[in-house]
Write a protein that binds this ligand. Structure first.
Ligand code: NAD
Length: 458
């Protein structure tokens, strides 16, 4: 049954693509405008769905989901013509008289699989790229956030052309059936474990992929940092969406001497942001489901948190929690935390912090807080991560021309801004020549021609 569902979604899209429906830029623009209306005319319903699934505060829902997509659409509409233009490149003398150019052509029918933590942004932002580059798309939102998934499935056919964009809802069986089909591109956002499953399925058809995965993103704090701002920015980046952000600071590495004052400043920031009782704060989200709540409480173990630690499964609540005295061997350091728990570890020097990071999988993001530019440069030069910020957390995501993606274990490929358009385009190399002159020099018989060919080719 699932296999039929997958094929049913695919067939009309394939037919529309083959007919060239998505080729004109005017059509792509019209679909992007329709996606904009889908968001703006249903803003309240998205807020409700995000609150139901994740207890997402309205400001966070607006900034990190809806406004993000709206800005992406505006930026894309502004630049689409320029991105889609044939790109002229130099033609070497040997091929003169000729003209060489790179054409951006759509890939075909693409599959976008989304996670639950930003359930709206992370299906629609890839869709902006897919539409702008002229593809047809099947969207598979996460089943873990059913209110958002249902809303997306209800609205997409009302606003977007059903021959061009379709939604298939469901969990593992439905996604597995979709992965059996032959796609021209698969754009996956989710865990490293499922990323491997997607990659294997794609290999069967030699389908190219983007894998937007996760990992443990470190936050290095040196002794010269501006303590108050550092604490506020780490606490904000960590507890935004209750820590369920792929680029959330997973753990802090700070100098032994800085630990005490940093913990104090972070405690103050938690109280400033969420009050004395974060459970009562409208600005602090909830854990997506009971299973993840249980996993997070398990990771806390017997730790004695410096901040927070209390939890209530009936409300899927886990307080903003900060741990100190954590060692690299503790369970909390063995997996991506993906929740509101921040372990703080100490190191003796910046070099020790660099070694710690390099002994692990390459992270999706890395943050360094320092007033010393040479320390920032040293960390950037000697570590590898998908992206990085100096004296900031999360915000590199919102710069449209910074490609967003992982490296090594944190993913493959990148998108945002023009990079989304490029991700969903094939760069086709074209050499155009006249039929004259047609020098006999290159054709057999070659006898006596090597010297002249050397002169032409160098
Ligand atoms: P997930 O891998 O469990 O699920 C992602 C998608 O895969 C869902 O749509 C789900 O239905 C599907 N899926 C799950 N199991 C599957 C299987 N066995 N076969 C086929 N499909 C399957 O991820 P998640 O829990 O939704 O999201 C959390 C993870 O995503 C974290 O690791 C986080 O860091 C990462 N993430 C990365 C980014 C990024 O942009 N790099 C953004 C958000 C989240």
């Amino acid at each position: 049954m699932e296999a039929t569902l997958a094929a049913d979604a695919l067939t009309p899209l394939r037919a529309a693509f083959e007919r060239g429906k998505t080729r004109p830029l005017a059509f792509r623009r019209q679909q992007l405008e329709a996606l904009r209306r889908l968001i703006t005319e249903n803003e309240e319903r998205f807020f409700e769905a995000l609150a139901k699934d994740l207890g997402k505060p309205t400001v966070e829902a607006y900034a990190s989901e809806l406004a993000f997509i709206l800005e992406d659409i505006s930026y894309t509409l502004k630049h689409l013509k320029e991105w889609a233009r044939p790109e002229k490149v130099k033609t070497p003398l040997v091929h003169a008289i000729g003209r060489s150019e790179i054409l951006r052509e759509p890939l075909g029918v693409v599959l976008v699989i989304g996670p639950w933590n930003y359930p709206v942004q992370l299906v629609f932002a890839p869709l902006v790229g897919a539409i702008s580059a002229g593809n047809c798309t099947v969207l598979k939102p996460s089943e873990m956030t059913p209110a958002c998934s249902d809303l997306i499935a209800e609205l997409v056919p009302k606003y977007l052309d059903p021959e061009v964009v379709r939604v298939v809802e469901g969990g593992i069986p439905e996604t597995s059936a979709l992965l059996e089909e032959r796609w021209d591109y698969i754009f996956f956002t989710g865990s490293t474990m499922v990323g491997r499953i997607v990659y294997l399925a794609a290999a069967k058809h030699l389908t190219p992929v983007t894998l937007e995965l996760g990992g443990k993103s470190p936050c290095i704090v040196d002794a010269t940092c501006d303590l108050q701002t550092t604490a506020r920015r780490i606490v904000w980046g960590k507890f935004f969406n209750a820590g369920q952000t792929c680029v959330a600071p997973d753990y802090v590495l700070c100098h032994e001497k800085t630990e005490g004052p940093l913990l104090e400043a972070m405690r103050a920031a938690v109280t400033e942001f969420y009050g004395a009782d974060p459970k009562a704060s409208p600005d602090f989200g909830r854990i997506v489901n009971e299973r993840h709540h249980e996993r997070l409480v398990g990771l806390l173990g017997d730790a004695k948190p410096v901040v927070g630690g209390d939890h209530d499964v009936s409300q899927r609540y886990l307080a903003p929690t900060i741990l100190s005295g954590v060692s690299a061997e503790d369970p909390i350091m063995q997996e991506e935390i993906f929740g509101p728990i921040l372990p703080v570890l100490t190191v003796g020097s910046i070099d020790e912090a660099i070694e710690f990071v390099n002994a692990r999988e390459k992270p999706l993001a890395l943050y360094v807080f320092t007033s010393d530019n040479s320390n920032a440069d040293r960390v950037l030069a000697r570590t590898s991560s998908g992206g990085a910020c100096v004296n900031e957390t999360l915000a590199h995501l919102a710069v449209p021309e910074l490609p967003f993606g992982g490296v090594g274990g944190s993913g493959l490929g990148a998108y945002h801004g023009s990079h989304s358009f490029e991700t969903f385009s094939h760069r086709k190399s074209v050499l155009r020549r006249k039929t004259w002159p047609d020098l006999k020099l290159r054709y057999p018989p070659y006898e006596g021609k090597l010297g002249k060919i050397r002169m032409v080719m160098g």
